[in-house]
Design a protein around this ligand. Sequence first.
Ligand code: PNS
Length: 162
Amino acid sequence: MSRVAIYPGSFDPVTNGHLDIVARGLKLFDKIIITILKNPAKKTLFSLEERIEMLKACLEKNKKIEIAAFDGLLVDYAVKRKAQAILRGMRAVSDFEYEFQLALMNRKLNREIQTVFLMTGMRWIFTSSSIIKEASQFGGNINGMVPQIVNRKLKQKFKLTS
Ligand code: PNS
C-alpha cells in the first residue's frame, strides 16, 4: 500500500521551513499532497493561484509531490485522496496549542486519519510566513529564508527594487 500524506496550510507564501518539512516527510511517505485551503474569508497577501504557482515552481519536478487546493473539511479531503495521514510542521512550543487542537478535532472527525508532526530544522525554528511578510514589507533582508521565486514575488508585491 502506498503511504500518502496531505500537507495542508495557507502557504502565504511558502517558506524554506515548509520545504524542509516536505523534504523530511518524503522520507516517511511515498507521496505528499501539498494542499492550500480555499478560504475566501481569509485575507491573504497572495491569491490562491499565486500561492499554487510558487509551490509548483519549487516542487513540481518531484514526482512524489502534488500541489492542490481544497475546501471543506480537511479529513474529508484526505479520505477523498486516499491519504492515511495529515502532515504538519512543528516549530517552537508556541505552535503546540493550536496544532494540538487541530489534530484532536481532526481525530474526532475521523479516527482513521493520523496527524504526523515533524520538527523543522533548527535554522527554521523562527521562520513563519507572517514574520517573513512583515520583514519583507519594510525592506528587511529575507534572503535564505524563502525560495528565490518567493523573494522576488514579495519584492514585486511590496514594490521594492531587487
Ligand atoms: O497554515 P494554516 O493556516 O495554519 O493551516 C490551517 C489549515 C488549512 C490546516 C486548517 O485551517 C484546516 O484544515 N482547515 C480546513 C477545515 C478543517 O478541516 N478544519 C479542522 C477541523 S475544524
